[in-house]
Design a protein around this ligand. Structure first.
Ligand code: WTA
Length: 653
């Protein structure tokens, strides 16, 4: 009864919202904030976005308490909203509360709308998408949960998932949540060494994978990578293998055919009542020392924060199709493809392919075919597609699009404008969302805001509810240290097995604050602009410059498609760098300043490994750290060779 009531309330609210927004357009700024966020009814004196934001940071307990009670289904209620102390790195939310994340993401929607599509699996081959309803996803999850239990997985264990985006990967994550196990999803592009490191650190006894992956028309032997990895992982007792292709792969005694065995299981699996602060998952991310950190996220706070940001940053409404093209192996996939979207009863796309397969129109052909309403992607891909020209976009009908999102790195103005003008036909808000694996969900983005509030190109702009940024002094000339001065429910709780590293990295640099590692500016209007990582700053003739600035130079000046990337040998001043931007790189490309090499060291997710570049420039090539996540390990040698040639000191290194 309760969930039925909640469902109809949500529908009512969303239709109200549409009317309210229309109303605002006609009558200016006065509007009823409570109809946008129903909880706001109880917040005295709150009548607009800025009032609601202030309430959320000043009355943090009341804000988060009300939102948590309204938006999550609890098995037992929490007694304390938050219990946090940054000096010890102690973060606890909703203590005393019990809930099950998979029930919040599945069962309650199955009660109200069982036939609603939960997942659209956009397979590599265009036009072969598979739709999975909430009822079907619950069934898959329960069968898998029962299978995991049969295989000996218990509450508190950690299961490693090495799979491309597919319904069984989502069901595996939710099955873990259902039976109280944690998951550790490893991006299926990582090497066997990177996978083995993560399995060992997480002490997993169970790995779930697929026989082969398919991406950009190529078949990848994922099971073989797992076989190599587990040779060096004594904790692993079994590997569950799903069949993505029809090709058989060698199976050992340790291997369990997943589909076959799960079909033997019951479709009912009792959800475990989890404490708010039990672990939901670990997710590894590279740190500046090169040893990956297993960031820990827990149940209630994470789920609440991802669902709230999904609803309000993207203006997601019931019935919308949410198209995030990230991989589930990254935090973006966890928070917005899986947990945030499903907690909101959304329809969410699982994209298995690449932006250019079979051609550079892939995203937009998909937008047309699946009628995607919110599209969420990375600046790297946008910049790549921009170079192929507008026709690839204009060939397809994009009238379904309502909001465009960007994440992962600063989006330069040219790419932002193109995204807005060409992809969104100038009518969709573009939200440049700043956040990190550590923050769990979006912390700074142009939306939510008052209706019609301005959006400045290439700026993340406004802190989300409950987020109170602070800019603290650094020695870096390009920006201040972006910190957050109070806890929010989505933040990571610790680094798996390394709580000290957690406090040292995030809480000791600026006592009393969470330090993000990023630099930022605040404009006179109070908008935030992120300028890039501070821990990867590069020294240029005594000036320490943030990397975003350098990358922008590169982005502004690359003209030729052949030149994939540029290595900047940093022997120029800030002034000279500015000049390089204003002139064409070709005219200014003197080997003293710039050396073109085949490729920058990039991770498989497309991020430039700046710490590697910095070590090369500092001539600390013995301390490059973990290179196992590099897309092309040879690129490092190329950079080292290029740097030696440039410095004319090859023999010394
Ligand atoms: C960078 C990805 C500028 C930033 C969700 C951050 C961004 C790191 C933006 C986290 C943005 C992410 N503008 N920089 N909108 N979004 N970053 O953990 O340096 O993979 O610290 O999480 O990406 O990367 P991660």
């Amino acid at each position: 009864m309760c969930s039925l009531w909640r469902g109809s309330l949500l529908t009512l609210t969303s239709s109200l919202n549409r009317r309210v927004f229309q109303c605002c357009r006609q009558f200016g700024r006065s509007y009823n904030i409570a109809s946008c966020m129903p909880e706001a009814v109880a917040f005295q004196g709150v009548s607009d976005h800025s009032g609601l934001y202030k309430f959320s940071v000043n009355e943090s307990d009341r804000f988060w308490g009300a939102v948590a009670r309204q938006r999550l289904s609890w098995i037992s209620p929490f007694h304390t909203v938050q219990n946090c102390d940054f000096s010890q790195g102690k973060i606890k939310w909703f203590e005393g509360g019990k809930l099950n994340v998979s029930v919040n993401c599945l069962d309650r929607h199955v009660h109200t709308c069982p036939e609603r599509v939960a997942l659209i699996w956009e397979r590599d081959e265009p036009g072969t998408e598979v739709k999975i309803t909430y009822r079907q996803l619950l069934e898959l999850t329960c069968r898998l949960g029962n299978l995991l239990k049969r295989q000996g997985v218990r509450r508190g264990d950690c299961v490693t998932i090495y799979m491309p985006p597919c319904p069984l990967a989502v069901a595996s994550m939710l099955a873990c949540a259902r039976i109280g196990a944690a998951h550790n999803v490893v991006f299926a592009g990582f090497s066997s060494e990177a996978l083995a490191d993560r399995i060992r650190d997480a002490q997993s006894s169970t790995v779930i994978t697929v026989n082969q992956g398919v991406r950009g028309g190529k078949v990848v032997d994922l099971k073989r990578t797992v076989d190599q990895a587990v040779q060096n992982c004594p904790s692993v007792q079994q590997v569950l293998v799903a069949m993505r292709t029809e090709n058989t792969v060698a199976m050992t005694d340790r291997d369990v055919p997943l589909e076959e065995e799960m079909m033997k299981e019951d479709v009912v699996c009792e959800p475990v009542a989890m404490d708010s602060e039990d672990v939901l998952f670990l997710l590894y991310t590279s740190g500046s020392t090169g040893k990956p950190k297993g960031l820990v996220h827990t149940q209630a706070g994470y789920l609440l924060y991802t669902s709230l940001t999904h609803r309000y940053v993207f203006n997601y409404h019931d019935g919308d199709v949410f198209g995030c093209v990230a991989d589930i192996g990254w935090i973006t996939g966890h928070s917005y493809i899986v947990y945030g979207a499903l907690c909101n009863g959304g329809t969410t796309v699982l994209f298995e392919s690449t932006p250019v397969y079979p051609n550079p129109g892939r995203y937009w052909e998909m937008v047309e075919r699946l009628e995607i309403n919110q599209f969420y992607g990375a600046p790297t891909a946008i910049r790549l597609l921009l170079k192929y020209g507008d026709e690839w976009v204009q060939n397809y009908n994009r009238s379904s699009l309502k909001t465009l999102g960007s994440v992962g790195e600063p989006i330069n103005t040219e790419a932002w404008e193109w995204y807005h003008r060409v992809v969104g036909d100038g009518r969709c808000p573009v939200v440049d969302t700043w956040w990190q694996t550590e923050t769990g969900g979006i912390c700074i983005a142009p939306r939510p805001a008052d209706p019609e509030a301005e959006i400045v190109p290439g700026m993340a702009m406004r802190p989300f509810y409950g987020i109170k940024p602070a800019l603290l002094d650094t020695e870096v000339v390009t920006g201040d240290a972006l910190c957050i001065s109070q806890a929010w429910p989505g933040m990571a709780r610790t680094i798996h097995n390394h709580h000290q590293r957690f406090t040292e990295t995030y809480f000791q640099p600026y006592p009393g604050f969470f330090f993000t590692g990023d630099g930022a500016h605040r404009s006179k209007e109070g908008y935030y602009q992120i300028v890039g990582r501070l821990d990867d700053v590069i020294n240029v003739s005594g000036h320490r410059l943030g990397t975003a600035e350098l990358e922008d130079v590169v982005v502004c000046t690359i003209k030729s498609h052949q030149i994939k990337c540029i290595y900047i040998a940093l022997r120029c001043s800030a002034q000279q760098l500015r000049e390089m931007v204003s002139r064409s790189i070709a005219k200014y490309a003197c080997p003293d300043f710039i050396q073109v090499v085949r490729c920058l060291p990039k991770t498989r997710s497309g991020k430039i490994m700046r710490r590697v570049l910095r070590k090369v420039v500092e001539r600390n090539t013995d301390e490059l750290g973990d290179l196992s996540t590099l897309d092309d390990p040879d690129s490092v040698h190329e950079v080292i060779r290029g740097h030696r040639r440039l410095r004319g000191d090859g023999k010394q290194q």
